[in-house]
Write a protein that binds this ligand. Structure first.
Ligand SMILES: Nc1nc2c(c(=O)[nH]1)N[C@H]1C(S)=C(S)[C@@H](COP(=O)(O)O)O[C@H]1N2
Ligand SMILES: [Mo]
Length: 241
């Protein structure tokens, strides 16, 4: 793994990262050994400001930073995982991971961009297009938005129906061509490729089709609901769009 640091030079290491590290401490207890890879990610991220450069030599992180607003997250095995699709649909239902994997698979390679500034270029995600799930569920007239819930019990996200039908919005079960790790939101997370990474809800457990946008966790705290990279959150000068 060496999608790497070029884009992180000069990235401000702020309060958010400290929060991430603290959260990792708690999550590390919850995840046990499985969080190891992401632990490296956090250390590698700190390494971008480490004058010794030694932490940058740690393996496995790939430039990602670990984020969770929950102090701990219950682990869901691949066998236990369920995704509920409900709300304004003709066929509400619950999907197992195997059922998601049996649907047409889409793989995207895009830059991951956190609104706080760090970026991981050309990262592969694979899974089911949200659009395909919506088609399978049969969206009813009057529906305009989606609300995403997470089995951390805290985080939430939203998209408009129009955004959700784009061909770069994934319900992802692979990240960097491996199963999405528990720390990165596995077994299944959202991957809203054209938007800042806060839109990509980890530990995805529910999709509810609604008639209005319900702002998500960070959106209640000031981030834009329409989180387009380069065109939101006061950033209109980013080179990618
Ligand atoms: N459930 C949940 N999803 C979440 C978050 C979170 O705290 N909880 N943080 C968001 C933010 S701000 C970012 S930058 C990414 C980080 O994903 P990563 O931990 O895989 O790097 O997850 C997003 N999805
Ligand atoms: Mo973020």
């Amino acid at each position: 793994m060496s999608q790497d640091d070029d884009d992180r030079a000069g990235t401000p290491v702020g309060r958010r990262i400290v929060l991430g590290v603290l959260a990792l401490g708690a999550a590390g207890v919850a995840f046990g050994a499985r969080v190891q890879k992401s632990t490296d990610g956090v250390l590698a991220a700190i390494g971008s400001k480490d004058p010794t450069g030694l932490t940058g030599l740690l393996p496995g992180g790939g430039g990602f930073r670990f984020y969770s607003v929950a102090s701990s997250v219950p682990h869901r095995s691949a066998a236990d995982y369920r995704l509920t699709v409900d709300g304004l649909v003709d066929k509400p239902g619950t999907y197992t991971l195997a059922q998601l994997q049996a649907m047409p698979r889409t793989r995207l390679v895009r830059d991951v961009q956190c609104v706080t500034g760090w970026r991981v270029p050309q990262t592969a995600f694979a899974g089911v297009l949200l659009a395909d799930l919506l088609t399978a569920a049969g969206v009813q007239p009057g529906a305009t938005a989606l609300r995403f819930s997470c089995f951390d019990g805290v985080y939430s996200e939203s998209l408009t129906l129009e955004q959700a039908r784009r061909p770069d919005m994934l319900v992802a079960y692979e990240m960097r061509d491996e199963p999405v790790s528990a720390a990165h939101g596995g077994p299944v997370r959202l991957y809203a490729a054209p938007m800042y990474f806060y839109k990509s809800a980890k530990w995805l457990s529910g999709i509810t089709v609604t008639d209005h946008v319900t702002p998500g966790y960070w959106e209640d705290r000031g981030y834009d609901v329409d989180g387009w990279v380069g065109r939101s959150n006061g950033r209109d000068d980013h080179p990618t769009s």
